[in-house]
Design a protein around this ligand. Structure first.
Ligand SMILES: C[S@@+](CC[C@H](N)C(=O)[O-])C[C@H]1O[C@@H](n2cnc3c(N)ncnc32)[C@H](O)[C@@H]1O
Length: 403
């Protein structure tokens, strides 16, 4: 969408057109566009409305019903924080008793929306002109929000009692891994806490632990199994003090793993159950704490699988019953699966170079039965564990958790 498309969309007729479009359907978009242009609508308006309709459809996964009243850029949507995670960000500021937050890098405004939603006053900055215009539209229902088209690092922070930044980690369409190449650079954002101690940052979950400052509360977040971010919280935003934790959101329910001291699990024999820790727990380096919780041990010192003889309910790991185990060998595995008529196989792996899709082709599976195998190292040896998910057998009634 170009500036001309945006300004046409923001006229009463343009907005009415966007609101009147049917739910986006890829197959119908072209004939619909042709019809609208044939009716005399400006091609640039039609293109902008169809683009927005498509992006709104996509945005529902992150922003629910709010998406229907918002505008997006493809990059802005991709980088936007999911509303349910934004709500957790916002709660930190509210619970710290803060009133006025500066969002230094607001993008299309998803985090700012969550801040405004809990009653915070927000000054939001965005360097990209079109994105800043879109954020202004998206935050129009909140008089306490001001969006500025400016460099967030130059904002006057007088009267601001909390700062938030979600630096861009993409440049020219590809991901940036060096924190010095974020926009703005990580160090420049971290320096803000010398002026406003209540600083919060959203970063990519893959950043190395050694790049994290010692005074941060680092919280890796997953949503229904996908690790979505690392939050760094400072000063009053981290009442629990510096350290590492995982926030695991499952079906909208939050569970926090935040040990006072990180546990180190011992290594031992594969037991009756295998636990696959949630990705946020793994990134946070808290696999030992999951092992402690399920009274288990690691299958290998360097691999994030936990095993136990007990079945325990935990939101921090998925449990499997171990049915069989064998050294890894293609022929042997193929025979094993053929004998059992396994035609549909879930392949999980950790600590092995095997490429699941390649293995699946080599196995040439036949049959109606389903199966799950885990390829991993056990005491240094490439091993196949045949497992089945325990699913509903573990009730959530005795699951630890909290927010
Ligand atoms: C990851 S996005 C923010 C997403 C936002 N938190 C949300 O939930 O919608 C980062 C944004 O920062 C903007 N940006 C980069 N450098 C900036 C700067 N120095 N000042 C203000 N905005 C900046 C980029 O244009 C981009 O839109």
């Amino acid at each position: 969408m170009d500036a001309d498309g945006l300004s046409r969309l923001l006229t009463p007729d343009g907005w009415a057109l966007l609101s009147a479009l049917p739910p986006y359907d890829e197959r119908l978009a072209m004939p619909l566009g042709e019809r609208l242009r044939a009716e005399g609508l400006h091609p640039s308006l039609v293109a902008a409305a169809l683009t927005q309709s498509r992006l709104r459809g996509k945005a529902r996964a992150k922003l629910g019903d709010f998406a229907d009243g918002m505008l997006f850029t493809p990059a802005g949507l991709e980088q936007a924080t999911r509303l349910e995670v934004g709500a957790h960000h916002a709660r930190r500021y509210r619970d710290a008793g803060l009133a006025h937050v500066a969002d230094l890098t607001c993008g299309i405004g998803a985090d700012a929306l969550a801040f405004a939603g809990v009653g915070l006053r927000v000054t939001a900055a965005e360097l990209d002109e079109m994105t800043a215009a879109i954020a202004t539209v998206n935050l129009r229902h909140f008089p306490e929000v001001e969006v500025r088209h400016t460099d967030g690092l130059t904002l006057d922070l007088t009267g601001v009692d909390g700062v938030y930044a979600d630096p861009a980690r993409r440049a020219g369409g590809s991901r940036v891994f060096d924190p010095a190449a974020y926009a703005p650079p990580l160090d420049a954002v971290l320096a803000v806490r010398e002026r406003v101690p209540a600083l919060g940052l959203k970063l990519g979950p893959g950043i190395a632990h050694r790049d994290l400052p010692d005074d941060a509360r680092a919280q890796w977040v997953s949503v229904d199994g996908d690790v979505v971010e690392l939050g760094l919280w400072f000063g009053p935003l981290a009442p629990e003090g510096p350290g590492r934790s995982a926030l695991v959101l499952v079906g909208g329910q939050p569970h926090v793993l935040a040990p006072d001291e990180v546990a180190h699990a011992h290594v031992g024999e594969v037991g009756t159950y295998l636990y696959e820790p949630d990705g946020a727990v793994i990134r946070a380096g808290l696999v030992g704490d999951v092992a402690l919780e399920v009274r288990g041990r690691l299958v290998d010192p360097t691999i994030a699988y936990v095993t136990s003889d007990e079945l325990a309910a935990t939101p921090f790991a998925t449990a499997y019953r171990v049915l069989d185990r064998m050294p890894f060998g293609l022929k042997r595995l193929r025979t094993y699966l053929r004998e059992r008529g396994v035609g549909r196989l879930t392949i999980k792996k950790r600590g092995t170079a095997v490429v699941p899709e390649q293995l699946r082709r080599q196995l040439d599976l036949r049959g109606d039965a389903t199966g799950t195998i885990v390829l991993t190292r056990v005491a240094g040896h490439q091993t196949v564990l045949v497992v089945e998910p325990v699913g509903d057998e573990v009730t959530s009634t005795n699951a630890p958790g909290g927010s």
